[in-house]
Design a protein around this ligand. Structure first.
Ligand code: HEC
Length: 114
């Protein structure tokens, strides 16, 4: 009887350790997947590459180039998309430089900046 009880306790213990380890491993795996710091992860790579030189790394604007920190409160997503595609007034047109996907994701990301 004693021996059986001990075996059950041991089996439960091993099961608990095993689940504890595997869930710990999963969490760690998820964390390493998002290695970028929170502040930088909000900025799409396409923005940093194509837009940051004028509009600033954090959307703050540079010189006479406008800030985009609250552009979503000023322009609709469609208007932002048109601006990126066609440029104008000192802004280059990106229609041929970026894919439709990149333009769409940039405009929806910017439209959320209110
Ligand atoms: C060579 C500099 C330059 C680059 C590069 C540039 N822009 Fe601009 N952008 C401007 C200028 C200048 C304006 C203001 C134009 C105007 O008033 O019509 C502007 C305006 C805008 C506006 C409208 C802002 C407002 O308040 O009306 C948006 C949105 C915008 N840019 C997004 C982008 C995005 C996204 C990129 C990258 C794909 C980009 N820009 C790259 C110069 C630039």
């Amino acid at each position: 009887m004693n021996k059986t009880k001990w075996l059950i306790a041991a089996a439960l213990g091993i099961a608990l350790i095993a689940t504890g380890c595997s869930s710990g491993g999963d969490t760690k795996g998820g964390n390493t997947g998002t290695a970028t710091p929170p502040a930088a992860s909000d900025i799409p790579a396409a923005y940093t590459k194509n837009c940051a030189s004028c509009h600033g790394k954090g959307l703050e604007g540079t010189g006479s180039f406008p800030k985009l920190t609250n552009v979503g409160g000023k322009l609709s997503q469609d208007q932002i998309k048109t601006k990126i595609q066609q440029g104008g007034n000192g802004m280059p047109a990106f229609e041929k430089m970026l894919s439709a996907d990149e333009i769409n994701s940039l405009s929806s990301w910017l439209a959320a900046k209110k």
